[in-house]
Design a binder for this molecule. Structure first.
Ligand SMILES: [Cu+2]
Length: 548
């Protein structure tokens, strides 16, 4: 990013807010300060900048209006102010109007093996290095699963017995976590289930949860951001026998959209400088690893399974013509009924299933619109949808989808104070059990975010959002979830349902899904134990060699 001089009238206007270091003393127990812990900053080259400041969460700021446009930032009256490296402002300029939509959307191959004679569905996954032409004509070093970037879409049905063989051919250890899957902690693929370079990990479980769009990605402690950014992620679609009529032909009218922002070097390699208080924010967006994508629509309705697989960026999804579309599912399953919306905000780790209607020959762009959180600014073109001259008629959208019980409102209350990169003032400790939960418990988790935006994920569980700053969430956020956006300075209450797989010595994780925050230690551990044994459960783990 460079600084510049005059900007033309009519360019979009925003406020950069500069903290005044002298007037923002650090309070005891306040961990908003160490954004740049461990970094050495050359004198004079650094100014901490948060964008846009409406919710940035730091006290005593001076607001300075600036003009911006793509690839060019102007600070009126602040010539020479350097913004490189650490500012929250990097990579928020948008890409609106810069794409030609020349590349067919890549659809990850489907991996849905027939059960063996023993009734088990076996999936072979290989973490590997490779080269991928993310930008046309400029192959980049990437990582992938079975391919060179991203992984196959896995599919299974409720009741299926699934067995994974995950082989790590990378030059370093990693893991594979089943985000959204309800299973035993030892099968979860968190930081305690490292797969050494050259090793194979073979978790097995029975799918025992409703239809949902889940996903998988590495979870090595301290390195998740880099491993996901290089390309290790994939979708895991679960079906069940619910008699709903939603589009379900994979790649035709049931289409995965894995949205990820990137920064590229001039030669097309991924820029891996994951700097900034939120980590990397890039202005080039890939959908399923496709740059500049279009998708040819052939039916009157298409179900998109949208996964925000970005390290930090939040997308305020909508369409270029502002059309209404329907949200039919969130992270952990279908909603009670389709909810008509014009915008859906999706933060890292979240999924929404949406159904969009089309007419023949039309074109419309799926976009991420400028929003009011620090990591949601800028207008982004994501995917051009090009309808064929003749469309096959889709079934009408059902009026109702699934029966959802109202969320519980009583239960043990746990409170979590979300800091800059800590929870309850503590960094992740692999040997510390932070919370002990009784099997099958229904609890209320209160997230009190006293800093800037976070995205809060709990492994194993399904939860419902009870309220956001005391207000009932919008209807599309009332369904089953496992990851929730927590804007800065906001309180969110969750009604959490825990599973019944007990293991007092293997923890599950809860953490911020902004991957740099997670890597910096914004993560805690809980175990699920038989009811009545909570108090006698040890709070320290004896870790073995691979656990750190
Ligand atoms: Cu965070």
């Amino acid at each position: 990013m460079t600084t510049g001089t005059a900007a033309g009238i009519g360019e979009r206007f925003m406020a950069l807010t500069l903290p005044n270091p002298a007037s923002s003393p650090r309070q005891p127990g306040d961990d908003t300060a160490p954004y740049h812990r461990g970094m050495t900053l050359p004198p004079g080259s650094y100014t901490e900048v948060a964008v846009p400041g409406r919710r940035a969460g730091l006290p005593a700021r001076r607001s300075i209006p600036v003009m911006r446009r793509r690839g060019f930032l102007t600070l009126t009256g602040l010539a020479g102010l350097a913004l490189t490296g650490c500012g929250g402002a990097e990579g928020n300029e948008g890409n609106e109007g810069t794409l030609g939509f020349r590349t067919p959307l890549r659809i990850p191959p489907l991996l849905d093996p027939a059960p063996g004679r023993d009734g088990v569905k076996r999936y072979a996954l290989r973490l590997r290095e490779g080269r991928t032409e993310l930008l046309p004509g400029k192959p980049a070093r990437t990582w992938g699963i079975n391919g060179t970037y991203l992984g196959p879409t896995l599919r299974a049905r409720r009741g299926d017995r699934v067995a994974m063989a995950v082989t790590n051919t990378l030059g370093e250890a990693s893991t594979l976590h089943w985000h959204g899957m309800r299973l035993r902690a030892a099968m979860d693929g968190g930081p305690h289930q490292m797969i050494r370079s050259g090793g194979t990990w073979t978790p097995e479980w029975t799918v025992a949860q409703p239809a949902a769009t889940t996903w998988y990605h590495p979870h090595p402690h301290g390195k998740t951001a880099l491993h996901v950014y290089r390309g290790l992620a994939g979708m895991f679609v679960l079906d069940d026998d619910e008699s709903v009529t939603l589009p379900d032909t994979y790649g035709k009218d049931d289409v995965p959209l894995i949205i990820q922002d990137k920064k590229f070097e001039k030669n097309g390699e991924l820029d891996e400088s994951l700097g900034g208080q939120f980590g990397l924010l890039g202005d080039d967006i890939l959908v399923n690893g496709t740059y500049d994508p279009f998708f040819r629509v052939t039916t009157t309705r298409v179900r998109f399974r949208v996964l925000n697989g970005s390290n930090a960026r939040v997308y305020n999804l909508g369409f270029g013509d502002d059309r209404t579309f329907h949200v039919v599912g969130s992270d952990a399953g279908l909603l009670a009924r389709p909810v008509a919306v014009r915008r859906v905000r999706i933060s890292p780790g979240e999924r929404f299933e949406i159904v969009v209607g089309f007419t023949p020959r039309e074109q419309v762009v799926l976009k991420g619109f400028d929003g009011d959180s620090e990591i949601e600014s800028g207008d982004y073109d994501l995917l051009n949808l090009v309808a064929a001259p003749r469309l096959s008629p889709s079934a009408p959208l059902p009026g109702t989808l699934v029966d959802l019980n109202p969320p519980h409102r009583v239960g043990k209350v746990r409170r979590f104070r979300l800091g800059g990169s800590s929870i309850n003032g503590q960094d992740m400790d692999m040997a510390r059990i932070d919370e002990v939960v009784a099997a099958g418990a229904r609890e209320i988790w209160e997230l009190d975010n006293f800093t800037f935006s976070h995205s809060f994920h709990i492994h194993e569980v399904v939860y419902r959002v009870l309220d956001i700053d005391g207000k009932r969430p919008p209807e599309h956020l009332r369904g089953p979830k496992d990851t929730v956006f927590v804007p800065g300075k906001t309180k969110v209450r969750l009604a959490v349902e825990f599973g019944r797989h007990t293991d007092p010595t293997t923890p599950y994780m809860y953490h911020c899904h902004i991957l740099k925050h997670e890597d910096r230690g914004m993560m805690g551990q809980f175990v699920i134990v038989p009811r009545g044994t909570e108090d006698s459960t040890p709070r320290r783990l004896a870790l073995t060699g691979h656990d750190h």
